[in-house]
Design a protein around this ligand. Structure first.
Ligand SMILES: [Zn+2]
Length: 123
């Protein structure tokens, strides 16, 4: 039995609820439209975590081109950034997220429902 894939455009995440992955489900719950978001720097999930790219995202710094990551890579890099005391604004810039709201949503996914980073471990 294959896993169901999130119906939001460009997302290859595993469905949690309402045919959406955790991130898009929370976007919907916050009044957003997960099917309308365009995120040109989000790579489709390929099941591979590129540690070099994740490391580069964590370190930040100037880049001529946006760093494109998969959702899983963003969650891993984001968890490290947040654990080191980084703000959502730092998440947004280092992970090249399309909006402050998407940074908030990523932080929510990482925090999980109990604010203890359980969402990240469960992902
Ligand atoms: Zn999704």
């Amino acid at each position: 039995m294959g896993k169901e894939i999130c119906t939001a455009p460009g997302c290859g995440g595993t469905v949690r609820c309402k045919r959406l992955c955790t991130r898009h489900y929370w976007q919907l719950r916050r009044g957003g439209n997960p099917w309308a978001e365009t995120d040109p720097n989000l790579l489709p999930e390929d099941g591979i975590v590129d540690e070099v790219a994740v490391d580069a995202a964590i370190k930040g710094g100037y880049r001529a081109e946006p760093l494109r990551l998969t959702q899983r890579e963003r969650e891993i890099a984001g968890a490290v950034i947040l654990a080191r005391g980084g703000s959502e604004e730092i998440l947004r810039t280092r992970l090249y997220l399309p909006s402050a709201r998407s940074a908030r949503e990523l932080a929510d996914v990482i925090d999980g429902p109990h604010g203890d980073a359980s969402g990240f471990r469960a992902a």
